[in-house]
Design a protein around this ligand. Structure first.
Ligand code: PEP
Length: 254
């Protein structure tokens, strides 16, 4: 399986800056001979920049992702974006359940579950984020929390042949901190998540349709320790904002 690297640009860039950064990345990928056949690179800009970013990325082998979607396709839902609209704009992936949305917008596991179903229906690949807060960790409920998030997001979701789902373990307390968790911890947690998914959808579908990535202060120095074995890739925030740094990060796992 190809390594998967997801760049989450959050709300860090204006549309103009998104285009400038995307152009720079494409130049660097060419210069450094990064072959998109060997790695799945997914750029997730803000909603507003998606159509223009899609134009730039067309036929370049680099994929586009949205940072969220709504669970309905149409209707009186002011401010929301439908999964098929995102697909039409050029997105193939969608990040769902990011801790910043769970925290700032009170997104619940039930809402995330509905979004996953809607995303799959629109042929978007969901990137489901799960992870414990520092407080939950201190209380010793980390695994319980993650198993619960995975269960509530995926229970009753039918994964049809050809559909994919990516689950990102993102310990909330290390996101943006500059200090990742120990790689052994991330590998152990990927196993815990995989076991839960096997229980929910069965062994062969899990192996066929799901992948696990790690997110939380990944950079060019530590990525190699994470992206190996059961962890197929990384969700990268801060270290994806600077094109030179992001390209170094990608090169260090090729
Ligand atoms: C994130 O927000 O998903 C993330 C992984 O951010 P960072 O790489 O900055 O920790």
């Amino acid at each position: 399986m190809k390594p998967i690297i997801v760049a989450n640009w959050k709300m860090q860039f204006t549309s103009e800056k998104t285009l400038e950064t995307t152009k720079k990345l494409l130049e660097l990928f060419k210069e450094e001979k990064i072959d998109p056949q060997k790695i799945e690179i997914i750029i997730c800009p803000s909603f507003a920049a998606l159509p223009q970013a899609a134009q730039l990325l067309k036929n370049k082998g680099i994929k586009l992702g949205a940072q969220d979607c709504f669970w309905e396709e149409k209707g009186a839902f002011t401010g929301e974006a439908s999964p098929s609209d995102l697909k039409e704009m050029g997105a193939d992936y969608v990040i769902l359940g990011h801790s910043e949305r769970r925290e700032n917008l009170a997104e619940t596991d039930e809402m995330i579950h509905k979004k996953i179903k809607a995303a799959l229906l629109a042929k978007l690949i969901p990137i489901l984020c799960v992870g414990e807060t520092f407080d939950e960790r201190q209380k010793g409920v980390k695994d319980y929390k993650i198993i619960n998030q995975v269960t509530k997001a995926l229970e009753g979701t039918e994964i049809k042949p050809g559909e994919q789902i990516i689950v990102a373990y993102e310990p909330v307390w290390v996101i943006g901190s500059g200090q990742a968790v120990a790689p052994e911890e991330a590998h152990y947690t990927a196993k815990v998540i995989e076991q839960r998914i096997i229980d929910l959808i069965g062994f062969s579908l899990t192996k066929e349709a799901s992948s696990f990535i790690y997110g939380g202060s990944v950079d060019e120095k530590n990525i190699k320790d994470f992206v190996t074995g059961e962890i197929s890739g990384a969700l990268v925030g801060s270290a994806s904002l600077d094109p030179d740094q992001f390209v170094k990060l990608i090169k260090s796992i090729l």
